[in-house]
Structure formats: structure tokens, C-alpha cells
Design a protein around this ligand. Sequence first.
Ligand code: HEM
Length: 377
Amino acid sequence: ASVHPFFGVHQAGITTPVQDHLHFASFDMMARTNRDDLIELLQDWTYAAARMSQGLDVSATGAVGGSPEAPPDDTGEALGLAANGLTITFGFGPTLFQTGAGEDRYGIAAQRPAALTPLPAFLGDDLDPLASGGDLVIQACADDPQVAVHAIRNLSRIAFGRARLRWSQLGFGKTSKTTADQATPRNLFGFKDGTANILADDTAALDAHVWVGSGDEPAWMTGGSYLVARKIAMLIETWDRVRLAEQERVTGRDKAIGAPLSGGQENTAPDFAATGPGGAPAIDARSHVRLAHPDLNGGNRILRRGYNYVDGNTGLGRLDAGLFFLSYQRSPDQFVALQKALATDLLAEYIRHIGSGVWAVPPGAAAGSYVGAGLFD
Ligand code: HEM
């Protein structure tokens, strides 16, 4: 099982080969906390996250090494489990820099990246405030679900009195890949997802589209990125009654191997000029892949890292399921432009955006420092 170092130039969990499971958690700082509370929380989170990333307990005494008279530091459910590729990625929401009431509680309002504002409302949004926003976010990914849950549980516990859990999401069966040797996974509509993603070895694309550059503002974000989360419900039962050919037309790709409908193999570039029988475009003008493709978006690309989710079922006996969409980009504007371009997407009939958030993901911490330290210099 793999171990990914917590410390480094960039935070782990972005270009890291996508793990199988997700536990995603959004937090709000508690009223009357101050700058020192926030700094100490980030230091405590860094210490515990660095240990857990190595497969260790949250502290040296851990789950069973402390006093029998005290609650253990570590909750213990990951004892005996390896790191399982655990990565823990931290982000700061727009409301951390300035509360809803306009209060600069942590003395960081002047450090807020200009582009870090709540996302605009998009056509068809049906957002639940309890699956949206948050002052702080933690993305925990691992190949064992218990390891990811253990990480969020213990980080929530460490936050006690300073930040409280606002909402969280479990995900499984990654819907993207970040390395060429990972087989492309499938989403809950049964299609290969992640084919045209930005891969970890494509440093030119990462520098252009994912990492905040040294010339970008503010300086403390250099080497960081911006995370967008969208909880997208998929109307599974409706989709399952749709003809195969129509499912493929909506997507713009073939269901078996993921090839573009203009022909070729999974990794063949789509040819939007190609025509099919009768002279109609082989790839529908309103298909998801065409509208999301960089050629139609001024070269705009994002790194997708989402997961499937099933939150049980609805009272109508339908699966409460969908895609927990996660993307990393150099600026939130990239997501905004893409989501606007998808307004007429044929896929829109089969999905509903029900949760949303955007966070500034600072660069990785150097060993001995803590995540987000540059914000407080
Ligand atoms: C591509 C599914 C939402 C952006 C794809 C592909 C599938 C897919 C099957 C083709 C394979 C691939 O290249 O990965 C879905 C589903 C969604 C969804 C089921 C919702 C439930 C979104 C959203 C965005 C987005 C919200 C961004 C705003 C993209 C991009 C591509 C893509 C950029 C690659 C296009 C290309 O370069 O060819 N998606 N997607 N998708 N999707 Fe989505």
C-alpha cells in the first residue's frame, strides 16, 4: 500500500493518483475565535495529518499508549490499517477571510485572493446550504474507506472548541484518474469518466491550468490551487430508461470504450467537424464532451478528481445518488466559465446541482511548518 508524504511544494491529494475512497468535510470556525486560535488549529491539523498520512496514530501516545484514566488521543479504528495512500488536503473558504457580517476576525481580509468569492448562481442550481460553503475544508482520500473516515473524525475532534463540522460527504469509486497507468473509472451513468483529464506528469498543463503561479496574486497562494466542489445528484432511474444511442449522444462518447463519437479509441481526440450518417455532426453540438472541451472554451482546462456517492434512497424509492464533482484549477474563474458553457448541456436534463463550495488550497507545507503558514506572515 502506498504512502504519500504530507509535506512538499504542493499539497498531496491533487495530482496524487486518485484513491478509491473519499471523506470530504467542510468546517465553520466558531464564534469568538481569534487569529491565534486559527493558527493553532492549522498547526494541530498539520501535525496530525502528517502522522496519519504515514499510517500512524494522531499523536505519539495515540489510541492505546496514554493514561487509562483519559480518553485516548486517537479514536483507534485505524489501528492495524496501513496508510492506504491517505492524503489530507486543506482549503480556506471565502467566509474565513471575512465573515457574513463583514468581520475580519482573523486579520486576513487583506490577504483574500480577489478571485475567492462565493460562486455565482448557475442556471438550474438547486443548492442545499447544508451541502454548501464552509470556512475550512478537508479532503481525505484513501484506498480504504475506514482510513479516510478515521482522518476526518480525528481532525474534527482536534478542532473541538475552534471549528465545527458544517457538512460532509462520503464518496467511492473515483470518477477520474490523474496518471496514465490508472484505468479510467466509470461514473454512475456507466460511462468512462476522466479520459481527458490533466495528468500528474503533464507539468506544462499543471503550471498553466492548476497551480497558482508566482506572478499570480496573492503571493502566499503560489504553488497552491483552487478547489471547487459540486454535489451533483444524478437522476439515475430516468437515465436508465434512456436508449443507449441517446445516452451516447448526450455524453458525446461511446459507452463501451469511451471513444469520441467521431471515432477511434478512448484517447483519440474528438473531431467536432466529423459527420455521421445523413450529414449530422457525429458529436452532437450540445453533448457534454463538446461543450466542456478546451477547443470550445478558449483552451480552458481543469483537473477533475470527483467521486460517486450514494446517500441511501429517497422517500420515493429512488437512489439518492450522483457525482461528488471536485476540480482543481489555477483560478475559480476557470470552473465558472466551464459551468456557464454547460448551461445548454444535454446532460443537464439528467442531473441537479445540489451542493457547492469553493476554497483556496494553499501550497504544501515545508517540514517543520504548517499548512497555510504563508497567510499569517
Ligand atoms: C468530460 C461526465 C459534470 C467538465 C466528461 C466525460 C464524462 C463526463 C463521461 C467524458 C470522459 C472524460 O473526458 O472524462 C460527467 C457527469 C457529470 C459531469 C456525469 C455530472 C454528473 C461536469 C461538470 C464539469 C465537467 C460540472 C465542469 C464544470 C468536464 C470536462 C471534461 C468532461 C472539462 C473533459 C472534456 C474534454 O476535454 O474532452 N464528463 N461530467 N463535467 N467533463 Fe464532465
